[in-house]
Write a protein that binds this ligand. Structure first.
Ligand code: FAD
Length: 468
């Protein structure tokens, strides 16, 4: 028997950041929303992404902090790791956020369906295979937010014990003594930093000439120096050829050399999860690379169907999913939203030291034809950075050179250092509002804070440094 279709203002397929932001924001605007999720509410971010990764990185940070306790005159004895407790804490935080999200959706009266959603002609959406049974929904508008899954590498079959992706790594039952991380992007570098801080011997194998693409070269050097100082072996321009299990681990072949490790973490990016979305009888297009094709307003080629998050070819970040969900709803409401400027997206990297960047690096600005003035201001003179014992790193501001030679519009703010992921917001506002160096230099930075380094960079660019 075909069930009677239920009708909604908006049906959302996928309950990760892109999907749930669409649902929550739409419900806040008074729309009647249904959201379909086939796995766990919160998607990659809450369950196998941002949150568990940052929680485990905090375990590593705490371990380092306790190991340095004697410097503060605290006698804490020798720090040791109870990994099971750390995993349990991570699971508790994830569980709390997932159930909090479920409550929030309920309180906003979003109908959440458990099952696989597929879009068909006439904005009909079928749901099947989950606890909600077989259901058919119709909608005034549909938002596709099926997200992404880890990319895998031929010859590296994931067994979750020796070869793993981020999905398995984030629940690894035992800490390895050695690891090869294939891929030196954000996730690979975060995992390398985490494992090295917990005592593992880590090798990063990166095919490109540089780790952390997008981050200004001067700042990448700071990360590399810190990583190397902690024993992380960074091999760039290297081709991974395969691996041969050894019983207790495996030997990875890379660049003609063998590398014996306990585990391999394949961290070579993510691919859009768009294989089974239905789409029969619709004009929604999937690109050769698997992304749902959209215009700058996240609209697909099918009228009144939008797509957001990792499934479209925009930066694969939770906060990009959030903003795209908001834009889709504003567009559904006919509010003519401002498209996202993807050149200025803030990126946060939770390595030790942390990195954060928004806007152009010096290299990218020059490539784009800008004449630039830059300033590097360091954390090693900053009181708060010294107090927290993390003086390594710097803030680099990239500004457009005015005709009179002075620094003008801010094109990029790139940072490496203590808690810079918490400081990046100011840089993002400056770059996104196209503030000038003079605008920013006139603002007060509270003292003693680490953001004084950003303030120092700005005031230095006016030609009159204060402390620097
Ligand atoms: P997803 O989170 O992948 O959610 C999609 C959801 O849709 C899934 O739950 C899936 O089950 C469901 N789904 C798919 N198809 C269907 C269907 N047909 N029917 C029903 N349900 C369906 N980003 C940051 O911004 N900051 C970070 O610090 C950060 N750290 C990360 C660390 C790691 C280890 C990883 C892997 C990712 C990290 N990310 C981070 C990226 C971030 O997790 C993703 O960008 C974000 O989750 C994408 O949101 P999404 O809603 O597009 O997709």
């Amino acid at each position: 028997m075909v069930p009677t279709a239920e009708h909604y203002d908006v049906v959302v397929i996928g309950g990760g950041p892109g999907g749930y932001a669409t649902a929550l924001y739409g419900a806040s605007a008074g729309l009647n929303i249904a959201m379909i999720e086939k796995g766990k509410l919160g998607g990659t971010c809450l369950n196998v992404g941002c949150i568990p990764a940052k929680e485990l990185l905090e375990t590593a940070a705490t371990f380092v902090h306790v190991s340095e306790a004697a410097d503060y005159g605290i006698c804490a004895g020798e720090a040791s790791i109870d990994w099971g407790t750390s995993l349990a804490r991570k699971d508790k935080i994830v569980g709390g956020l997932v159930s909090g999200l479920a409550s929030l959706l309920k309180s906003r009266k979003v109908t959440v369906l458990d099952g696989h959603g597929r879009l068909h002609a006439g904005k009909t959406v079928s749901v099947s295979g989950g606890a909600s049974g077989d259901v058919e929904l119709t909608a005034e508008a549909v938002v596709l937010a099926p997200g992404s899954v880890p990319r895998t590498l031929p010859g590296f079959d994931v067994d979750g014990k020796v070869v793993m992706t981020s999905d398995e790594f984030l629940s690894i039952s035992e800490l390895p003594k050695s690891a090869a991380i294939i891929g030196g992007g954000v996730i690979g570098c975060e995992f390398a930093s985490l494992l090295a801080d917990l005592g593992a011997k880590v090798t990063i194998l990166e095919a490109l000439p540089k780790i952390l693409p997008g981050l200004d070269q001067d700042l990448t050097k700071v990360i590399e120096k810190s990583f190397k100082g902690r024993g992380i072996d960074i091999r760039t321009d290297v081709k991974v050829e395969g691996h041969a299990p050894t019983g207790s681990g495996t030997t990875v072949q890379a660049g003609g050399e063998g590398l014996d490790v306990d585990v391999v973490v394949v961290s070579i990016g993510r691919r859009p999860n768009t294989d089974d979305l239905g789409l029969d009888g619709t004009a929604v297009k999937i690109s050769d690379r698997g992304f749902i094709e959209v215009d700058e307003g996240c609209r697909t080629d099918e009228p009144r169907v939008w797509a957001v998050g990792d499934a479209i070819a925009t930066p694969a970040l939770a906060h990009i999913g959030f903003i795209e969900g908001i834009i889709a709803i504003q567009d559904i409401l006919g509010e003519d939203p401002t498209p996202v400027d993807y050149e200025k997206v803030p990126w946060a990297v939770y390595t030790r030291p942390e990195a954060g960047f928004t806007g152009l690096s010096e290299e990218a600005a020059k490539e784009a034809g800008f004449d630039v003035v830059t300033q590097k201001s360091r954390f090693n003179d900053n009181g708060r950075a010294m107090i927290v014992n993390q003086p390594e790193g710097m803030v680099k501001v990239i500004a457009e050179r005015e005709v009179d030679g002075r620094a003008g519009r801010i094109l990029g703010v790139h940072m490496v250092g203590p808690w810079v992921t918490e400081q990046l917001g100011q840089g993002y506002l400056a770059v996104n509002w196209e503030a000038t160096v003079d605008d920013m230099a006139s603002l007060i930075q509270p003292h003693p804070t680490m953001t004084e380094v950003l303030g120092e960079a700005m005031i230095s660019l006016t030609g009159r440094p204060l402390h620097g």
